[in-house]
Write a protein that binds this ligand. Sequence first.
Ligand SMILES: *Cc1c(COP(=O)(O)O)cnc(C)c1O
Length: 414
Amino acid sequence: MLQLKNDHYEIGGLDVRQICEDFGSPLYIYDTAKMEAQYKRLQKAFKGSKLKINYACKALSNINVLRFFQQLGAGLDTVSIQEVELGLRAGFAAEEIIYTPNGVSMAEIEKAVAHGVRINIDNLSILEQFGAKYGNSYPVCIRMNPHIMAGGHSKISVGHIDSKFGISIHQRRHLERLVQSLNLNVEGVHMHTGSDILDVDTFLVGAQLLFDVARDFPDLKYLDFGSGFKVPYKADDIATNVEELGQKMTGMFKEFCAEYGRELEIEFEPGKFLVSESGTFCCQVNGLKQTTATVFAQVDTGMNHLIRPMFYDAYHHIENISNPKADPRVYTVVGYICETDTFANDRQIAEVRQGDILAFRNAGAYCFTMANNYNSRYKPAEVLVHKGKAHLITRRQNLEDLLHNQVEMEWPQK
Ligand SMILES: *Cc1c(COP(=O)(O)O)cnc(C)c1O
């Protein structure tokens, strides 16, 4: 991750200014060492249990990142048939991939079954169709909605009472009847209540609710507790204490398994926790603009490349890579998109000059994967720093990429 060493910034031991010089701006840079450290931290927190960590690849879906997690021993959490196919291409075995879609057609679920991946269903009417077609010939996992309001922002909370995700815990009786009458083979139960859950107790309350549901199904292999681990976005920010969570949950889980009569697998599917802090997004200052009340730092990127500040009011800490030792001054950092496109309001940053490289922290999760071509801008390049070397993993786009799927018509002559 991005670190200040003496008077310059490094990622994975490499000078950030040099990486930007080599690959251009704007640029996403990821550090495999931080991904691995986070993966191992979670493993260690749950040691003693049969743990499976499925990387939620919607956070950062470059195939090289998927392969890196596959080599660490992770499974893959996918939410679309395309992510399933990407995971298979990356080298995950079908049974290591769990497919947790929402609101997709039965046809897409049939494709996932044909690929042989694990299926997680979050809708009773789809479950009914699934049962009618496959009966007990294909195992299924059930996604429950525990109705816990959690998550850092209403747009990333998915477990509350009005959420479209999961089967309500109040529908347990209906679920049980469907499972029985369709003779379903329920191999797992699942919940995922959203991103950025602030305290360990919220997880534990959710876990108890999932244990309750699990008692209805005698043939389970795993319980999947989803994700929502919060990572720090600024100094002194709250973060999920995974060590405390691991300790408390391992105890509860052991007790549950003893009562259930069998040792089950405990699964998690973090995205943000594994990749957020590994990523840095670098851009260059095109100019400074002083108005009556504000000093704008205008950068060569916009919400087309990093939408989280505008979309979720997300805070991304900004460092001045080119001038780290300077005294901080107050800036409003804005993008070049022709809309209000603000990355940070009244932010203290080491004195910014035209041409300086600015870096956004926590740019590993939900940043490049949400990038788009609005204003016909090219998407940035991506670089993966692994064992002291910077590898280009996505090249910068060009005009041909913008036109790639456009079909130029033959206009009839007048
Ligand atoms: C997005 C998602 C995750 C990952 O959430 P993070 O907050 O990035 O850890 C896990 N499970 C499901 C089903 C998801 O949709």
